[in-house]
Ligand binder design. Structure first.
Ligand code: PGA
Length: 256
């Protein structure tokens, strides 16, 4: 991470876990220590229906709430979808877009990811845009080309003054929920290449200012080493964010 140029952001991704009634006890643990957190922003991305309870539980703290997906449409006949305006009105400030689970289980395409990023930025939500390769692509040596293409298509047509507001997350699919973390060197290499794409698209000043997270089995044991890499500016944490104590330990690693 490079605090001189950009924010460190630690985001929890609760996925399809935690009931609205379970948020309060979780928040008590985090709130007790959150006052000591100076050097990073903390976000919790909750299921849409849990967002109001999370917003209430973390009111008047420095912890922000995010969503895990958003419709690429503004409003209308899209049964089951949730719009950016609805998320914002419910109190969300961030939204994960392009998570590999949405790409895989909901057939979310690069084109849809691009549409969602645009709608989120227009609405004033901060997108956390996920990219990453499968194990097969990783073993074939295709990680770099794939991730570069994903970044380019996710940000296609987005002007520099908007792009500077978003966050990118490198999440190798083979590391998500598997306990197999990318080595800090591999994660750094890909994140630095993602920044190189940003430089090509927007120039050095904007590229230097955009937060790039790593996600994939980040935990209290490996967080410090991953976060020490110069192009890794935070984490997107699934499993370990479900346990408030573990999530807190990762937040503390980002504050060293
Ligand atoms: P994990 O999930 O930390 O459980 O690997 C990360 C993510 O999917 O965002």
């Amino acid at each position: 991470m490079n605090r001189k140029y950009r924010k460190t952001v630690i985001a929890g991704n609760w996925k399809m876990n935690i009931l609205p009634s379970e948020v309060k006890p979780y928040a008590e643990i985090l709130k007790a220590a959150a006052g000591r957190v100076k050097f990073c922003d903390v976000v919790i991305c909750a299921p849409a229906v849990v967002i109001p309870a999370a917003v209430k539980a973390f009111k008047d703290t420095r912890i922000s709430i995010g969503a895990q997906d958003v419709s690429e449409h503004d409003a209308g006949a899209y049964t089951g979808e949730v719009s950016a305006a609805q998320l914002k009105d419910a109190g969300a400030k961030y939204v994960i877009i392009g998570h590999s689970e949405c790409r895989e289980y909901h057939g979310e395409t690069d084109r849809a990811v691009n549409g969602k990023v645009k709608v989120a930025l227009e609405t004033g939500l901060t997108p956390i845009v996920c990219v990453g390769e499968t194990l097969w692509q990783h073993e074939a040596g295709a990680s770099l080309d794939l991730v570069r293409a994903q970044v380019k298509s996710a940000l296609y047509g987005i002007p520099a003054e908007k792009a500077r507001k978003l966050i990118l997350a490198y999440e190798p699919i083979w590391a998500i929920g598997t306990g197999m973390t990318a080595t800090p060197a591999h994660a750094q290499e890909i994140c630095s290449q993602m920044r190189a794409v940003l430089r090509e698209m927007y120039g050095a000043r904007i590229a230097r200012a955009i937060t790039i997270q790593y996600g994939g089995s980040m935990n209290p044991g490996n967080a410090a080493e991953l976060l020490a890499q110069p192009d890794i500016d935070g984490g997107l944490i699934g499993g370990a964010s479900l346990d408030a104590e573990k999530f807190l330990a990762i937040i503390q690693a980002a504050n060293q």
